[in-house]
Structure formats: structure tokens, C-alpha cells
Design a protein around this ligand. Structure first.
Ligand code: MN
Ligand code: MN
Ligand code: MN
Length: 280
């Protein structure tokens, strides 16, 4: 697969990624990416380190974030691109989501113990290095404790909705999350549309709610997307007049099928969201 010069969805150790922000920038530059967005879950904390490393890595950094949001029928992810990390409203929202994550982690740990797993909260909090805990951290802790053989099994047996270690998080409603991004001067992107397990009709409703909230773009190409996913996402972008974004959703160099910049091209009729910032 040719390397895309643009990758607008990357995670670091500031959330549930495995590499520090500076290493993510280094890898992006080495891979041939020229415009990159660091989009950690519900946090802006990785951005200063990424910004300091980007220039030396030959990368232009777009400050970003991936916010979880509550929609009528489940959780959606919204990527914010080009946000001002000092914006007051966004910072208050991020602080609120950090509390939501900590509250959920306590409930997950309780429920896992009741289901027979060892006490994992301290392990998880140690693992995050101060970052807010997420379900991936629990998955890793379950693997390291020998409860399950891999992270997929951790989700299947314990962490997925309806499983004994699942605890719902009280995310902020979608419209408000989009407004935080817009208030911070950013562009809201509907993340990885085919990854929510929604029916075609439900997904269309979700995108309608996103558009009603003044969301701007659709992630049309994402790491691990096959041609069918790209086709479905592109059709949603066309139908709703959304700009197209691309992002690997990179977390971990040991997951070889999701590499930084390893992204198919965006269908030519769609308008790339990054034209706002650069002409690559
Ligand atoms: Mn993640
Ligand atoms: Mn996501
Ligand atoms: Mn992501």
C-alpha cells in the first residue's frame, strides 16, 4: 500500500497508545507522512511533546483529540482536528471526561473482581502513567495477569457490552462534544464509521445527528478498512455533504496491519478536510 502523506488519527502514551508522542512523530516522519494529527482519547496532554518533536521529524503537526460522545443508541467517537489546546471550553470538557474515565475504571475493577478476576485498578493506574484509564488498559492488564491470552479475548469475555467487566461511561452528548471542538476552532470528524457494529440504518441516523450538531467531516479511510468500509464511509460523506478525512488510528507498533500512513487514497470526488491547512 502506498504511504499517505497525511495521517490524521494517531494515539500515544498520553492515552492508550504504546509509544510516547515524540516517537509517534518520529515514526510518522520516517514513514513519509508530512501532515499528522495526534488524536489521543479525551486528552490534549500529548500535544506539547508531539509539537516539540514534529519539526525535527519533518512532520507538520495538527493538534487533535478523539472525544467519546453519547448518542441516543450508543457511544460514538469524534475526532477534533486543528483544535486550540488552550481553549477554555474544550479544556473543561476534557477535564470532565477524565473524571468519567476514572469513575468507569473504578466500576470496571469492581465488576471484574466480582467476576473472579484479580484486583486490577492499581495495575491499570500504574500502566497509564497519569493518563486517564481506558478499556484497552484493562484488556492489557487482564492479559498480563494471565486471565486471558490476548486483548481480543479480554473484550470478548469481560469488557464488551453485556460482559461481566463492562461498565458504561457517562459521556457527554454528541452535540455538546462537537460544540467543544468548534469552539476551540477545530473541525469535527465522525471517526471510523464502520467500527461501531451499527446497522446501515442506525449508522445513517448517527451521521444525521452528527450533521445536525454541525459536524464537518467523515473518516473515509481508516487503518484496517477494506474497500467495503471505504465505500460505505465515502457514500455517507457524499450523502451528507461531509469533507473526507484519513487516519490510521495507530496505537501499537506490534499491530502490523495498522501502520502509520498505511492508508488507501480517498475517492477523488470527495474534498479532503486537510486542504484547510495544507496543500498536500
Ligand atoms: Mn484507543
Ligand atoms: Mn475510536
Ligand atoms: Mn482512535
Amino acid at each position: 500500500m502506498p504511504v499517505s502523506p497525511v495521517d490524521l488519527h494517531l494515539h500515544s502514551t498520553a492515552s492508550d497508545g504504546r509509544l510516547p508522542p515524540a516517537d509517534v512523530m518520529q515514526r510518522a516522519g520516517a514513514a513519509g507522512v508530512r501532515l499528522a494529527a495526534l488524536t489521543d482519547h479525551d486528552t490534549l496532554d500529548g500535544l506539547p511533546e508531539a509539537a516539540a518533536a514534529a519539526g525535527g521529524a519533518g512532520v507538520a503537526l495538527l493538534p487533535g483529540i478523539e472525544l467519546s460522545a453519547r448518542w441516543a443508541r450508543g457511544t460514538l467517537h469524534v475526532v477534533g482536528l486543528g483544535v486550540d489546546p488552550s481553549a477554555t471550553v474544550l479544556r473543561a470538557g476534557v477535564a470532565r471526561h477524565a473524571e468519567v474515565r476514572h469513575a468507569r475504571a473504578r466500576r470496571m475493577a469492581e465488576r471484574l473482581e466480582r467476576a473472579g478476576a484479580p484486583a486490577l485498578l492499581d495495575t491499570v493506574l500504574g500502566m497509564t502513567g497519569g493518563a486517564a484509564p481506558g478499556r484497552q488498559h484493562f484488556a492489557r492488564a487482564l492479559v498480563e495477569a494471565g486471565v486471558v491470552s490476548d486483548r481480543k479475548a479480554a473484550f470478548r469475555r469481560y469488557l464488551a457490552r453485556g460482559r461481566p467487566g463492562h461498565a458504561p461511561a457517562q459521556w457527554t452528548p454528541l452535540a455538546e462534544v462537537v460544540s467543544w471542538i468548534r469552539d476551540a476552532g477545530g473541525v469535527a470528524v465522525f471517526a471510523h464509521p464502520t467500527r461501531y457494529g451499527l446497522s446501515r440504518g442506525a449508522l445513517r441516523e448517527a451521521v444525521k445527528a452528527f450533521v445536525a450538531a454541525e459536524g464537518t467531516a467523515m473518516e473515509v479511510v481508516c487503518g484496517g478498512f477494506g474497500p467495503g468500509d471505504v465505500g460505505a464511509a465515502a457514500a455517507l460523506a457524499r450523502r451528507h455533504g461531509l469533507l473526507a478525512s484519513v487516519g490510521s488510528d495507530f496505537h501499537d507498533p506490534e499491530v502490523p496491519w495498522i501502520g502509520i500512513g498505511r492508508l488507501a487514497p480517498v475517492p477523488a470526488d470527495l474534498e479532503p478536510v486537510w486542504r484547510r491547512w495544507v496543500s498536500v
